[in-house]
Design a protein around this ligand. Structure first.
Ligand code: GLC
Length: 822
């Protein structure tokens, strides 16, 4: 409770103290135009490409006390006295009589009371628009009239974000500002680099006339920049800003918007706009959002979007923090990861070699597709278009150009080495999940070209989506090492274990196993019997190899080096056991019953901590070039014995496959960020979204979260919670309802919209078991099994009773193929 609380009714998290341990951010808009807004009003915005079309200069590495990207000042004249207030707390840091930041669904609402002035600012981007709006309402609480000027300030970045940081002569020589006069005394301050390939410019404007403006930082801060942001010379002097249209320099935009004399108790309102558009469009955008009714309507449309998006899955369980995450915060994070991949966050700055990842986005799409199926389909198309004709895939693409490369492994590729051995396999699961969700089987026949580098798109080889999936599996079938286990390449899911030569990856074997199961299920549904037989036999063959060479006695090993050495074995002093080798052997349906139990118990005994399951252990304690990146972290950090959250939900899912709902839920709860709200000084990051990693117990700062927001953790915890713990999952032939819950729960309810119909599902658990459906009725009619055939419309009531026979399920019996769902 220290810095804030969950307001579930309003679907917001409310920050009540601005001095949070790190900036806590939210996302506004989307990659086409948008970015992050922090809880002190700073914003990192870009349009289409965070590396090459950056708008604001937001440098996360600078101290929290500074404003970043953009801020707001009020200049208040009270009698003869002029004071400057910053309603976002930074950069003036004046004590707030009250402070509140409502972290909402694609908006941030910051309300403060400072020195008798109440300011409420709602920050959002209207859907489909390239303009950030700040709806500002200021109330005079001083008991006497005061004159108020509202001064929004933006610090611009050069559009090439890296150049901004690397060339301090060329960049300032190219930045230009210009005043554009508009109707009704309004203006827009344009900002653009002298040379720009398209004709878009940045603009800052307001719904009200502007008294004066500034575009040069030096002039604004004053005193040769020995003036500070906390006390800018231009504001302290109380006079007019210089109206400078800068022809070089460190470019800012500052507008002094006069609100006139405000009577005691009165509220005044203005809307500021920060956008990017073609010059000739700017007057229309400004005029549109100068109308408060348009602003309200745009805000309303955003609320409607989220209402629709979240309504596909809503639950009510005995656990309030579970509900807050599943109903609000986790699907929001899924949507953001599906949109941003790992492209732009407080930690991943979208500069240089990071684009939209094939592996990452294939997984993200699985978390975001129920709420936004057409966006998901569009992303799937893009991902499939960077799959190569041989079935493997490029590692990432840049959406503005659709150019693809292999990221960190680009050099390896150039040396002719295999790159990521796993990427292409993820798309199989992603497409199959999409088909199950939407029933859009026509997608399988859609022709999508394969990636062939310099060859123009219309001359590239094409193939149906189904062909793409088949080629993905075939590539792995062909590319195995000396144990018959798929090659690792530069890395598999774990980017940081980089082994020389033809090393083999047990993870890739299991991911391949999951893919084979998915295609088996799909082909069975489509009546392609020959293919069912082929994929079943490939699955059996790989399963036999994994069990033949991969079992260490108590758990599965993780890698074979080319030298024959094994990683992830009890023989290793460091990295003796890796979580993913255990969970994925179960997910793939490879682990026989007793091995599944033993492997997951080994995870519990050796890798579980109160803050989550570590990725491996014990941590490597010295750099070892033969093992690669993982050994560059100290023990307990990131992939080296850290709690890498992304892999936690896989263990939860595996546990539900064994019917162990208490353990699955314990694993869920221990990483639920909402449950860290009371120990937040240790956790540090936002309690309303999952971070990528938490420092492990070998690290002195055990429990500290890092790299929040853009992580595969979002998609997989959502899938673990909705599809496996609550057990409501679309299959090809119907909606499966097969929960695996804590035995303490007496039941729960879910509303699920899928394929045109809405299902109100009530599950009761009179015998306090973990799992086992003993009764299922749809609209009053009893049904055998756990799969409800799809309706195409209407509202339907489903009653489910859990009972004895499934208290602890025989491992591997009905559930070992659950990733591929019956
Ligand atoms: C990062 C990467 C992801 C990778 C993971 C583990 O989250 O984005 O692709 O799987 O690290 O190394």
């Amino acid at each position: 409770m220290k810095y804030g609380f969950f307001d579930n009714d309003r679907r917001e998290y409310v920050i009540t103290d601005p001095r949070t341990p790190t900036k806590w951010v939210n996302y506004v808009g989307c990659l086409a135009f948008g970015g992050i807004v922090d809880h002190t009003g700073g914003a990192l915005l870009c349009a289409g490409d965070p590396g090459l079309n950056r708008i604001t200069k937001y440098i996360p590495q600078m101290p929290a006390s500074e404003f970043k990207g953009t801020t707001l000042y009020l200049r208040v004249r009270d009698g003869d006295e002029v004071s400057v207030i910053s309603p976002f707390f930074t950069p003036c840091l004046d004590p707030c009589d009250s402070y509140e930041c409502r972290v909402g669904l694609s908006y941030q609402k910051i309300t403060t009371e400072i020195a008798g002035i109440r300011t409420e600012v709602t920050i959002f981007i209207p859907a489909g628009e390239a303009v950030e709006l700040r709806d500002i309402r200021v109330t005079n609480l001083r008991g006497r009239p005061v004159e108020i000027e509202i001064v929004p300030v933006v610090e611009y970045s050069h559009f090439d974000a890296l150049k901004q940081l690397t060339n301090a002569d060329w960049v300032p020589q190219t930045m230009m500002s210009e005043k554009l006069s508009l109707k009704y005394g309004r203006m827009a301050l344009l900002q653009y680099p002298f040379l720009r390939k398209d004709d878009a410019v940045n603009f800052l404007s307001a719904s009200r006339p502007v008294n004066s403006f500034e575009s040069d930082r030096k002039a604004f801060l004053g005193d040769n920049e020995y003036g500070t942001w906390a006390c800018p010379g231009a504001l302290a002097e109380g006079g007019r800003l210089s109206n400078c249209e800068a022809r070089r320099g460190d470019n800012i935009g500052a507008l002094a918007i006069g609100m006139g004399s405000v009577a005691s108790g009165d509220e005044v309102r203005t809307v500021t706009m920060l956008g990017q558009d073609r010059r000739e469009r700017i007057p229309f955008v400004v005029e549109k959002y100068s109308d408060p009714a348009e602003v309200d309507a745009a805000f309303g449309r955003l609320a409607d979007f989220w209402q629709e998006n979240l309504s596909v899955f809503q639950c009510e369980t005995p656990d309030a923090e579970f509900d807050a995450m599943v109903n609000i915060h986790n699907p929001r994070q899924c949507y953001m990861t599906m949109n941003w991949s790992r492209y732009l966050s407080l930690y991943q700055l979208g500069i240089g070699t990071r684009g939209i990842g094939f592996r990452d986005s294939s997984q993200d799409v699985m978390g975001g597709m129920a709420g936004a199926p057409s966006e998901a389909k569009e992303l799937l198309r893009k991902l499939l278009s960077i799959q190569k004709p041989d079935g493997s895939a490029m590692h990432q693409f840049y959406p503005a150009t659709m150019h693809a490369d292999c990221g960190d492994a680009e050099e390896e590729k150039e040396k002719g080495k295999l790159v990521y051995g796993d990427d292409h396999l993820w798309i199989v699961s992603a497409v199959c999940a999409f088909l199950k969700e939407t029933g859009d089987y026509g997608f399988l026949d859609e022709e999508i070209s394969f990636y062939e580098g310099a060859i123009p798109i219309d001359e590239r080889e094409g193939g149906s989506v189904f062909d793409h999936l088949q080629r993905a599996l075939e590539w792995t079938k062909r590319n195995v090492g000396r144990h018959g286990i798929p090659l690792l390449g530069y890395a598999d899911w774990n980017d940081t274990v980089n082994l020389p030569g033809d090393a083999e990856s047990l993870f890739n074997a299991c991911l391949y196993g999951v893919g084979l199961r998915e295609l088996t299920d799909l082909c069975r549904f489509l009546g392609k019997r020959d293919l069912v037989a082929r994929y079943e036999s490939d699955h059996a063959e790989m399963g036999a190899r994994v069990n033949g060479v991969g079992w260490d006695g108590e758990w599965y090993v993780r890698y074979f080096m080319e030298s024959g050495e094994v990683l992830g074995s009890s023989d290793n002093a460091h990295g003796a056991i890796y979580t993913n080798a255990q969970s994925w052997a179960v997910l793939a349906g490879f682990a026989p019953d007793e091995r599944a139990l033993s492997a997951l118990d080994a995870v519990n005994e050796r890798l579980n901590t109160r803050f989550g399951i570590k990725l491996s252990g014990p941590g490597y304690n010295a750099y070892d070039p033969e093992i690669g990146g993982v050994t560059t972290y100290p023990p307990g950090a990131k992939e080296n014995g850290g709690i890498f959250l992304h892999s936690n939900p896989w263990v939860m899912i595996a546990e539900t496959m064994l019917g162990r709902g208490d353990r699955a839920f314990e694993y869920y709860s221990q990483i639920n960020p909402a449950k860290r709200n009371d120990d937040i000084d240790l956790f540090e990051v936002e309690p309303y979204c999952y971070p990528q990693n938490i420092l492990g117990d070998e690290h002195p700062q055990f429990g500290l979260g890092r790299n929040s927001w853009l992580s595969g953790t979002a998609s997989w915890t959502y899938q673990a919670a909705t599809r496996f713990i609550l057990g409501v999952r679309p299959a090809h032939d119907g909606l499966v309802i097969d929960p695996c819950i804590p035995s303490a729960w007496d039941g729960f309810s879910v509303t699920r919209k899928v394929r045109g119909a809405t299902y109100h599902i009530r599950v009761s658990n009179p015998g306090r078991v973990n799992s086992g459906v003993v009764g299922l009725a749809i609209d009053g009619k009893q049904l055998d099994g756990t799969c409800v055939p799809y309706f195409t419309s209407g509202e339907h009531e489903i009653e489910v009773t859990l009972g004895e026979f499934g208290a602890v399920r025989e491992p591997g019996s009905t559930h070992s193929s659950e990733m591929a769902v019956r």
